[in-house]
Design a protein around this ligand. Sequence first.
Ligand SMILES: [Zn+2]
Length: 348
Amino acid sequence: MKAVLFRAHGGPEVLEYTDFPTPEPKPGEALIRLHAAALNRMDVLVRNGWPGLKLELPHINGADGAGEIVAIDSPLPEGEGLGVRVGDRVVINANLGCGSCEFCLEGKDNLCANWHLLGETVRGTYAEYVAVPIKQLYKLPKDFDYHSAAAAALVYQTAWHSLVRRGNLQRDETVLIVGAGGGVNTASVQIAKYIGAQVIVVGSEAKKLQMAKSIGADILIDRSKEADWSKSVFLATNKRGVDVVVDNVGATFMQSLRTLRKGGRLLTVGNSAGPKFEIDNRYIFAKHLSILGSTMSTLGEFKEVMDLVINGKLQPTMDKTYPLQDAASAQERLWKHENFGKITLDIL
Ligand SMILES: [Zn+2]
């Protein structure tokens, strides 16, 4: 098969469009002929590498993908699988729970003791084919676009688990989303509006803020014009403070904590500005704040949120599509925050 792989960690130049053996499905797995893959910032982090990351090289990036089942090895017994068969159109859930540890057995497979993420520790979707366990598949209707499906999978389940399960966001609440352009943040705006909450978005570019408005944001704050945007958020809530903050930047935590009302919740699923920063603990205890971290979602939540996508209740925000062989340019666009919404790869 054709794939984009890397043989050593490094910049975009290490990505190589080349031939690689087509994977063979193991028992309980399906072989998918991919038509679309979607990018996530994690792809670039994996490509760059970090201390302690052990990969079997060459590695193939990519957590998100959608395509057609071309082979199945020993399907799951009736009732356990999703009833998928060869020829079905599917989208992949990249959250790989082992299915047998105490957490997976409780249906909390993103807490899996033997957890893996497709494209991170196992080879991913920047390829013509990928083999994944059948339980990771969600069947698509025949007219649903592969690119939209691939774009939806990781970000919607991540935002859904964080806002709905961890954050318990309610319809009469106000949520602040820090950052206007990224995939999880655009998904968060839409999910918060779907729940009925009021949404404030802080961003640094007028164009991206207007795009956030077009997908439902109620109040926009341009941080390029206001260094201390926490004050603007506070004033926008009539000095009450917001109920929930979605902060996947990290370096902005102190400002985010300032915007919260007493008893508010800060939700985080990442740190786009780097993993280490300082916070003042007095804000946490004196304001009764909760900091709630999470990553990905459960199999049940994945189905729940993909049903909303398929029914048009949530519409993935699409940025730009590149041919598979131009994955390096696609990653550059993502890494430089030039995108609004999801970047996908077209796999012919
Ligand atoms: Zn497990």
